[in-house]
Write a protein that binds this ligand. Structure first.
Ligand SMILES: Cc1cc2nc3c(=O)[nH]c(=O)nc-3n(C[C@H](O)[C@H](O)[C@H](O)COP(=O)(O)OP(=O)(O)OC[C@H]3O[C@@H](n4cnc5c(N)ncnc54)[C@H](O)[C@@H]3O)c2cc1C
Length: 521
């Protein structure tokens, strides 16, 4: 069993050693023009002070108040979580941690919490970046973190209908390994794939591998089963239905506020046999944006249509000559893809793109995945060097993108200068739709030691206010949680929030399910 870091991303043994940190520090120095970068001392779990649990764990249920369990369930993996964990601040630790092994036990735990006035925070992989798994200690007599890790199996497969019944606590690698034995895949790869879970994806409406068409996990969900304090909601397994507002749509994105998703029927597919990809360079970002838009509107549905602005392309060492890059890929388990790729490249050329043709990637396996899942370790390592690195993401219409992008450039860069003396801001498109892109921004700056949380909050507010002012969404796939709530409240109609609150009152009358996330009870 590999041990997970109690404060940072992923497995402890994958965190870089001092030489690795020094090498990363050299890169950060170059990127930010710094004179020196310090290797800060790493936190020690035995030095952490925890308050006493406010409730005793009941007999006969898999609930503990053990110290390490409480520490490792205190935070998600947002920048602010890493900073607090790195600083040894675990004041928000849950009083109790539950690890049910069956749905029956989930029910018993929910019943005990309901009777005892204990708030419940459903916990999948704990990779939330919006303070979704943080424990609201001020909102209840005690808080229990309900970890679904032991509900991790693929229970049933309907090959004819290409469906799989999967337990909510299965992580990406766990469910893919089980499906691979049948030659199948869910093909949902958020960057947090290694540690996040199916239940977490559904609860947050995660964005996965496909850049077009099946972008969110929503599109892969066929039915869900959710245990609420007042009973179970199981939806009918159907390919489609026009019978009123969809119950699955209420569960998708509910972020643990209505109940605990225990399993779902998911739409799976055979593993792809044909894979083609191409990389197209553009001298102007606006030309690359035009190509991405025309591709998104072409009906070709590329599996990848990832635009990198010049800074993003350089940061990722794709090209360093100031070009923007559009990575276009197609995949299929059924047919060769040359015709699709050739039309896609024609569209790119029409917008001024230059390329060296497509590469056949069908024999390459999933080698890209190793680099992809390694990337999150960097942010944690940068925290230990006093560097602030974080991302924000959104979606807007094509007509609004140019102005939004310019305003973000101006406002976020100003905040970077005001709070950290400067820094970098890069942009890529993770997903594209016929009516607009989902731009994803990364910012890096020198952290203000001791003032990191305020510094981060100022940059985040500059970004989020700009998104609201330009008609964009506060999140395309990172969810609302506690962090995005003020802007979510600006984004969605007040009457709709009232409907959500009413729904919560029905299934959770005491307001014990993840209070503070998404809507006020
Ligand atoms: C490095 C990094 C990269 C990321 N990349 C992506 C990405 O590419 N795409 C993307 O969409 N997101 C991404 N995220 C965000 C995060 O991984 C997603 O929100 C993910 O879906 C969370 O899954 P989880 O299992 O870790 O859930 P958790 O973090 O444990 O929980 C998230 C929320 O869902 C609730 N929840 C969890 N499980 C259940 C359940 N069974 N029933 C009810 N509620 C539940 C929790 O209470 C919480 O509110 C990234 C995060 C990190 C740190």
């Amino acid at each position: 069993m590999r041990e997970k870091s109690f404060w940072g991303w992923g497995y402890q043994d994958a965190f870089p050693d001092d030489d690795g940190r020094r090498a990363l520090g050299e890169m950060a120095k170059l990127l930010l023009g710094l004179e020196s970068v310090e290797l800060l001392p790493l936190p020690r779990i035995d030095a952490i002070e925890l308050s006493e649990p406010r409730k005793r764990a009941p007999e006969g249920l898999p609930i503990t108040s053990e110290r390490t369990a409480r520490i490792s369930h205190t935070y998600g993996r947002a920048y602010g979580d890493l900073i607090r964990g790195f600083g040894g601040d675990f004041a928000n630790a849950p009083d109790l941690v539950a690890t049910p092994e069956s749905e029956d036990q989930v029910r018993q735990i929910l019943d005990w919490c309901d009777e005892s006035g204990v708030a419940v925070v459903p916990y999948g992989g704990g990779t939330s970046v919006v303070r979704g798994v943080e424990c609201p200690r001020d909102r209840a007599d005690a808080v229990l973190s309900l970890d679904l890790a032991k509900l991790d199996r693929v229970l049933e497969i309907d090959r004819t209908s290409r469906l799989a019944r999967i337990q909510a606590g299965a992580t990406g690698p766990e469910l893919e390994a089980a499906l691979a034995q049948e030659g199948l895949t869910l093909r949902c790869y958020p960057q947090s794939f290694e540690h996040s879970t199916l239940g977490g994806w559904i609860a947050t409406r995660a964005g996965g591998h496909f850049a077009t068409l099946y972008t969110h996990v929503d599109d892969l969900v066929a039915s869900t089963r959710t245990l609420t304090p007042r009973g179970t909601i199981e939806t009918r397994l159907l390919p489609a239905s026009g019978a009123g507002p969809s119950a699955d749509r209420l569960i998708l994105g509910s972020e643990g506020t209505l109940g605990v998703i225990t399993e779902a029927w998911m739409r799976v597919r055979p593993r792809p046999l044909y894979k083609l990809s191409a990389s197209v360079r553009f001298s102007e970002l606006s030309a690359a944006v035009r190509a991405a838009r025309e591709l998104a509107q072409s009906g070709l549905h590329p599996s990848n249509c990832r635009l990198l602005d010049p800074a993003e392309a350089a940061l990722n060492k794709v090209v360093e000559d100031g070009s923007s890059v559009l990575i276009v890929a197609f995949e299929s388990d059924d047919h060769p893809l040359e015709a699709w790729m050739s039309r896609a490249l024609e569209i790119c050329e029409g917008a001024g793109g230059k390329h060296r043709g497509a590469k056949d990637r069908s024999q390459e396996g999933e080698s890209w995945k190793a680099a992809f899942v390694q990337a999150p370790y960097l942010q944690t390592a940068l925290v230990s060097l006093g560097i602030l690195a974080d991302t924000f993401e959104t979606a807007c219409t094509w007509s609004r993108f140019e102005e939004l992008h310019a305003a973000l450039g101006e406002n976020v860069r100003r905040a970077l200068v005001e709070t950290g003396g400067g820094g970098t801001l890069t942009c890529r498109f993770t997903h594209v739709y016929p009516d607009g892109p989902a731009p994803y921004y990364t910012f890096v700056t020198k952290a203000e030691r001791g003032g990191e949380l305020a510094q981060w909050a100022a940059i985040k507010a500059a970004a989020a206010d700009t998104l609201m002012a330009h008609g964009a969404t506060i999140t395309h796939h990172h969810a609302v949680g506690r962090t995005h709530r003020p802007w979510y409240e600006q984004e969605v109609p007040a009457l709709y929030r009232e409907i959500l609150r009413s729904a919560k009152r029905v299934v959770d009358p005491q307001g014990l399910m993840n209070p503070g996330v998404l809507v006020e009870p």
